[in-house]
Design a protein around this ligand. Structure first.
Ligand SMILES: C[S@@+](CC[C@H](N)C(=O)[O-])C[C@H]1O[C@@H](n2cnc3c(N)ncnc32)[C@H](O)[C@@H]1O
Length: 273
């Protein structure tokens, strides 16, 4: 009954379900991203997997698919590449849940003026770090109640002119989020813990540490079931503060392309596409 009353009083959030970009728009990003993928034969580092907490979020049924070439149907990576290039002069990208780095690596290649930050409970995948030049790293103790049992760390790298950061920490650890304070991200991809509570918590952290730039886009992967409620809750709660202009909830291919079903992806922006 309370739920029914709540839903009657909550303003309905309208999300568009059609990809707002044309085939021509996406042709360049698709070409560039498929080329970048060809640079890596094998995303899996067995030793890193053996020491991982979540097998880098690669379930056993996806492991044989992760290295397969993908076709030219758009993926969430292609959408983000297009958005980044079309609407921003300079990108400050944050990916929460970066796994082996497949999406991250494509954006790293495709975006020209960019700084990119990865956040994951795992250590950086050696397949990714081998492509980067390592800089300074800081470490601190992970909270005792975390699944993560080793120290958390913030590692800096460069990739040509681009700055790359890797935050190895638990998204539930508020202190680790404070390590990002001072950054203003304009493109955020939330793809770590797929629970309704976790995506609400992440958003609270973005707000608490003022991590969003004046103009921004946020993308969530796998918005299924109750995760959608959190997506709509975030929009209702922050609509006024952030003047959210565009809201999408659409079906698009993910990191293994046509080798699995489409992903339900949510996108919000505080400017119109
Ligand atoms: C689905 S994968 C990310 C895929 C990646 N974004 C891509 O498109 O290439 C999810 C990742 O979230 C990470 N993750 C899960 N729980 C986490 C937590 N509590 N804190 C930080 N990262 C977490 C996993 O380690 C995994 O690497």
């Amino acid at each position: 009954m309370i739920d029914l009353l709540k839903s009657l009083f909550q303003k309905k959030v309208e999300a568009k379900s059609k990809i707002p970009f044309s085939t021509d728009d996406l042709a360049g990003p698709i070409l560039a991203n498929r080329k970048s993928l060809q640079l890596i034969d094998n995303w899996i580092d067995e030793e890193a997997f053996a020491h991982s907490y979540f097998k880098y979020g690669v379930p056993d049924f996806l492991k044989p698919l992760i290295n397969k070439p993908i076709d030219n149907s758009p993926t969430y990576t292609d959408l983000m590449t297009f958005i980044a290039k079309k609407y921003f002069e300079q990108i400050n990208y944050l990916e929460i849940g970066v796994s082996v780095g497949k999406n991250f690596f494509q954006l790293l290649h495709a975006l020209n003026k960019a700084e990119l930050t990865a956040f994951d409970i795992e250590e950086i995948n050696p397949v990714l770090s081998r492509k980067l030049t390592a800089g300074p790293r800081t470490r601190w103790d992970t909270p005792a109640d975390s699944i993560k049992k080793n120290q958390s760390s913030f590692s800096t790298y460069t990739f040509g002119e681009k700055k790359v950061n890797y935050l190895s920490a638990d998204v539930w650890d508020t202190y680790s989020w404070s390590k990002l304070e001072g950054s203003k991200f304009n493109l955020v991809f939330s793809d770590a813990l797929h629970t309704p509570e976790a995506i609400l918590f992440e958003f609270e952290m973005l707000v608490k540490y003022r991590l969003l730039d004046e103009k921004f886009v946020i993308v969530w992967d796998d918005l299924v079931g109750k995760m959608r409620n959190s997506f709509f809750k975030i929009i209702r709660k922050y609509n006024e503060v952030y003047s959210i202009k565009d809201i999408y909830l659409l079906e698009v291919n993910g990191w293994v392309g046509q080798h699995e079903g489409t992903h339900s992806v949510g996108i919000i922006s505080n400017f119109a596409f």
